[in-house]
Structure formats: C-alpha cells, structure tokens
Design a protein around this ligand. Structure first.
Ligand code: UD1
Ligand code: CA
Length: 457
C-alpha cells in the first residue's frame, strides 16, 4: 500500500515575533521542520511534500538536503487551504497520506508507525492523533459522539462553552485515505471565527458521509505545538530531557541533565562524564572515557577517547585520544589536534595541526601552522601569522622546544630537534638540531640606579 506525507510549513508564526519563519526555529540544534521530516523518514515514509509559503526560499534552503518535494501556498488561508495547495502532489495517488505540521517537533517515529498501523487495521478514512491535557487553551477540541467515536474537531476560537470544557485536543497530525481527503477538501469553507479554511473540518465532512474516523490518544509531550517563544523553550526542555536520557541509557554519565545541552545529532561514547554547563552542538562525536568538566562549547567536532576538556571552546576541529584541553582554551575551525597533546590555559589554536605528544601549556597563539610531535611550547608563544594583509604559514618540526615568549614571524620554518631561546623573534628558518637565539644581548649598566638618584634605602 502506498504511503506518503505532507508537512505544513507555510505559516509565518506571528506569535513568535521573529523575522525567521517559525518552522526554522531550532529545538536542540535542529530546525523544527527538519525534526518532523527526519521523524517521518525514520518511520519509512519516503515520499514527503512540504507546503511552503512564507519565506519559502529560506524554508527550501534549510531543507534542501532532505530530499522532499515542495508545494507553494501563496497566501496562508488556513491549514485546509495549505493541503489544497498540495493537491497536485496527491492527485492520481491511491493510498494513505499522513499530514503533519512543521511546528510540532516532538513527535516520535514510533508514534508515526502506530498511527499508520491503527489507520490501516481499523480501515479508517481519517485517523487523528489526540491528547488529553489539563489546559487545552488554544488547541482544537476533539468532540466525540456519546464520548465514543470522533464526530468533529472545533477550533478553540469557534468553541461554545460546552466545547471549551473538552480537554481532548487535536495534535494536527493525521492519516487520510488520499481519495477521500481530496473529495472532502472540496467541501470545506472559511465560515468560522478566523475566516480560514480549516483542515480540521474534513473530519466532520467524512464522518457525515459515513466514512470511518478514528483517533489515537498519546501523551501531550509528543504533540505539543510551538507557537511562541515560551512554547519553544518548553519543547527544548522536553527534547533535551529525551536526548540526555538516551545518552545516559547508553552509558554516559551526565551529572546534571537539567544543565547539559546536547544537540540531537551528537554522538557520545560510554563512560564519558559530562559536568554541568556543557553545550555540545551540531555534528559532534565524543568518544568514550572522556571527562568534560564544566562549561565548554563544542561544535561540529570529533573528540577522541579519554580526552579531558574544561571551560573551553572547540569549533569544527578534531582532538585526538588522551589529549587535555583547557581550562580556557579556544580551538578554532579546521584545527586538528593529535593524541596526548596538552592545550592548556589561554591557548588559542586556529586552522592548525598539532601532532601527538606536543605540549602547549599556557598563553599561546598558534594560527595557520603545522606543528610536529613531541614539541614543547613555553608560556606566551605567538605565531605571527598575519602582516595586516595576508596570512602565512608556519611549520615546526618534531621535538622542537620553543622558549617562552617566542614570536614566530610567518612564513617561517623551524626544523626537527631545535631549541629556540626564550624571548626570540624568529624570522628565518631554524636548521635541524640548532639553537636559535634572536633577541638583543643584555647590557648591565653598573651603578646606574644610584647615579640617577633612584636607589631606595
Ligand atoms: C492547528 C489545528 C488545531 C490543533 C493545533 C495543534 C487547524 C485549523 N487547527 O492549530 O486544531 O490543535 O494545530 O498544534 O488545523 N500553516 C500553513 N498554511 C496556513 C496555515 C498554517 O502552512 O495557511 C501551517 C503552519 O506553518 C504551521 C501549521 O500549519 O506549521 C499549523 O498552523 P497554526 O496556525 O500553528 O495552527 P494552530 O492554530 O496551532
Ligand atoms: Ca500550531
């Protein structure tokens, strides 16, 4: 049997008070609409059509890797009208279409599967996901006949006093028989409080024409729609909890899950320990046995096994096994740090590679450099990679000892097994095995202080 899905994502989301269309606001690092697309895909529905309208180009751009087709709803005249805009997608198809909204990111693939299963087993023409809630304000109410079969859905603004008391709400997630849906959509009107064409009216139309309508009720946590920034933060909290619990189930220790922020696609190995205040984002992989002490931000990076990180920022880089980072280190994009490296306090590394075992313990800047293995950087080394116009490369061989407060003026090469005297400003290549001293000689002017009358007794 043929299955497909439509996701409604044409609205602006006025209540968000944002220049960004609502469905592109992120929950745990991923746009809401992309959460919905990924969840539907996980339930093995391949053919997905996205209804776009407001900021259509932005929504298309943000979803361009998802292999979905698009329908355009020029004017946002309601959820029913949005589905009518996708009629070309549906025409000629026989089977089941799931309709979801791009502003309900918490739905799970298990529920989508349950929805299809129920819909088919019960031979329904429409099946709606509902939820029983304490506070149904703002949601469409599911009105049942003699508290049994679903009769209709009434939007909050159209409810009479009795209907307002109903606490079973519409999730705006459904399965429909494609042909029955097309037929019913031709009958909806905009004769309601909001002057919109509601998709929800299709339920009553089907029911009245003798077609079976089913419903499955699930916990509110999964159906919550995001219409405001407050709801966005609530959705974030629910998803954060799910993500953290999944990692803990996989053997990761999270000291304070309320205060640990891990994006949905992050992968973490077991026996890694995460202290509060960490923000782990994007496509990050953290291997097992790491300790992430408090307050780091790690984005799109790969962190090897047994790495320790504290109070640091790591962006778009790789860090090898058993390396320690921080406190207060800043590893900027396109850096590759080897194994058992030390990147200590107030060390900044930009677009550089650092090979195994090298120690950069404190107060150092390394930019556009290739650093070998087994090197030791004294405190306060600066790679002078920028002359105000261009950036240049520095190469440092293996087992080099870079004395404190060295400037390495790029482009420059320091060969293997070299020593650089503290305070040197290196502008020429340092040959293999050499000691380079590049600083003014010290002169002592004996008795100078007394002669100047500055000597304090
Ligand atoms: C909708 C349901 C309501 C349900 C609630 C659950 C209707 C009429 N109401 O209300 O019963 O309880 O969701 O969250 O369906 N959209 C378009 N084009 C439009 C209008 C909306 O694409 O013309 C999209 C929006 O981008 C959004 C989704 O449809 O992603 C839902 O629209 P929204 O205005 O948020 O509907 P609700 O008022 O929340
Ligand atoms: Ca909504």
């Amino acid at each position: 049997m043929y299955n497909c899905a439509i996701i409604l994502a044409a609205g602006q989301g006025t209540r968000m008070k944002s220049s960004l269309p609502k469905v592109l606001h992120k929950v745990c690092g991923k746009e809401m609409v992309n959460h919905v697309i990924d969840t539907i895909r996980k339930s093995e529905i391949e053919d997905i059509n996205l209804v776009v309208g407001n900021a259509a180009e932005k929504v298309k751009e943000a979803t361009k890797e998802k292999n979905v087709s698009y329908s355009v709803q020029e004017k946002q005249l309601g959820t029913g009208h949005a589905v009518i805009s996708a009629i070309d997608f549906l025409k000629g198809k026989k089977g089941t279409v799931a309709i979801f909204t791009g502003d309900s990111p918490l739905i799970t693939d298990d529920t989508v599967k349950d929805l299809f299963e129920f819909h088919k087993k019960e031979k329904c023409f429409a099946t709606v996901i509902t939820s029983i809630v304490d506070n149904p304000t703002g949601y469409g109410r599911v009105i049942r006949e003699n508290s049994k079969d679903v009769k209709k859905i009434v939007e909050h603004k159209d409810c009479n006093e009795e209907e307002l008391k109903v606490n079973e709400v519409n999730s705006a997630m459904y399965c429909f028989d494609i042909e029955a849906l097309i037929e019913s959509l031709s009958k909806i009107t905009n004769d309601n409080a909001q002057g919109e064409y509601y998709l929800t009216d299709v339920i009553e139309i089907m029911k009245n024409s003798g077609k079976k309508v089913g419903a499955i009720a699930i916990p509110f946590e999964e159906i919550m729609g995001v219409n405001s920034r407050i709801q966005l933060s609530q959705a974030e909290n629910i998803m954060k909890k799910r993500i953290n619990e999944l990692h803990m189930a996989n053997g990761v220790t999270i000291i304070d899950p309320n205060n640990t922020y891990i994006d949905v696609d992050v992968k973490i190995g077991n026996d890694t320990i995460i202290y509060p205040g960490n923000v782990i984002k994007g496509n990050t992989l953290i291997e097992s046995d790491c300790i992430l002490y408090s307050n780091s931000r790690i984005l799109d990076s790969t962190i090897g096994q047994g790495v320790t990180v504290e109070n640091s920022v790591i962006l778009e880089s790789t860090v090898g096994d058993k390396t320690t980072v921080g406190p207060f280190a800043y590893i900027r994009p396109e850096s590759s740090i080897g194994k058992s490296v030390r990147v200590g306090d107030f060390v900044e590394i930009k677009k550089s590679s650092i090979d195994d075992g090298t120690k950069i313990s404190h107060l150092t800047y390394i930019g556009d450099a290739e650093v070998g293995s087994g090197c030791n950087f004294g405190c306060g080394t600066v790679v002078v990679n920028y002359d105000g116009e261009n950036k240049y490369k520095t190469i440092i061989g293996n087992n080099s000892f870079i004395g404190c407060n060295t400037n390495l003026v790029s482009p420059v090469k320091v060969n293997d097994n070299t020593y650089i005297a503290a305070g040197s400003t290196i502008t020429n290549e340092v040959p293999k095995g050499a000691l380079a001293v590049a600083r003014a000689r010290q002169i002592n002017k004996e008795g100078w202080v007394e002669k100047k009358g500055l000597y304090k007794k």
